[in-house]
Write a protein that binds this ligand. Sequence first.
Ligand SMILES: *[C@@H]1O[C@H](CO)[C@@H](O)[C@H](O)[C@H]1NC(C)=O
Ligand SMILES: *[C@@H]1O[C@H](CO)[C@@H](O)[C@H](O)[C@H]1NC(C)=O
Ligand SMILES: *[C@@H]1O[C@H](CO)[C@@H](O)[C@H](O)[C@H]1NC(C)=O
Length: 190
Amino acid sequence: MASKGVVFYLLLVFVFFPHSFQESFYDAVVKRLDCFMFEDYGNITCSVNLKNRTTSFTQVDYVLTKNLEPIQNIVMYYQFGTVFRKFMIDVTEDFCAVIQGKGFKSPAHNVIMSSLKNHSNIGKECPYKKEKHYYVKDYVLDASKFPAALPNGKYRLDMRTIDKLNNQDVMMVKLYVDMRRKIALDILWN
Ligand SMILES: *[C@@H]1O[C@H](CO)[C@@H](O)[C@H](O)[C@H]1NC(C)=O
Ligand SMILES: *[C@@H]1O[C@H](CO)[C@@H](O)[C@H](O)[C@H]1NC(C)=O
Ligand SMILES: *[C@@H]1O[C@H](CO)[C@@H](O)[C@H](O)[C@H]1NC(C)=O
């Protein structure tokens, strides 16, 4: 049981020194990655290498058989009991429009793209080019920009890519993430 003094102190730190928490509110680790691409569009492989309790490295590789203007739909799920239910995020972006600085850009976009930056060649050009090798290499999930109010538990992020011109599903990447707030924060929430 935390004393009122400790809680008050932590609140002060939050209000006046929010950057103290820039590192991360959470231990968040990608536990599993499933991916699928419709044959017409090319092929995709993906994997996760678990390093330890709090770190895993994520790999994705794909090659398209045609140029693609992607529509990106991202839905987050949270596991309640044994069932994943939609939770907080359901956004759809016209990816090329976003890259060109127009069109709706979701808050999730910057979080994902900035943390992918040094580990991927995805999202730097549009449309996606056929026969080009797109990859995510040795990516470690960066939880430092996640909102502070997420509950502990198991999350799933479904990232669906749709072919804008033909309105067809192209590929799906499902990211399974275990997330746990760091100890100091539990004092505030419990
Ligand atoms: C994926 O597609 C590329 C280009 O079409 C091809 O060169 C490669 O062999 C394919 N890989 C697999 C695992 O099917
Ligand atoms: C897990 O591995 C990462 C990367 O090698 C390292 O930075 C981190 O300190 C390790 N954490 C634990 C709890 O061992
Ligand atoms: C990417 O790498 C550069 C130099 O290696 C580094 O300065 C920068 O902070 C890195 N960016 C991210 C988002 O990790």
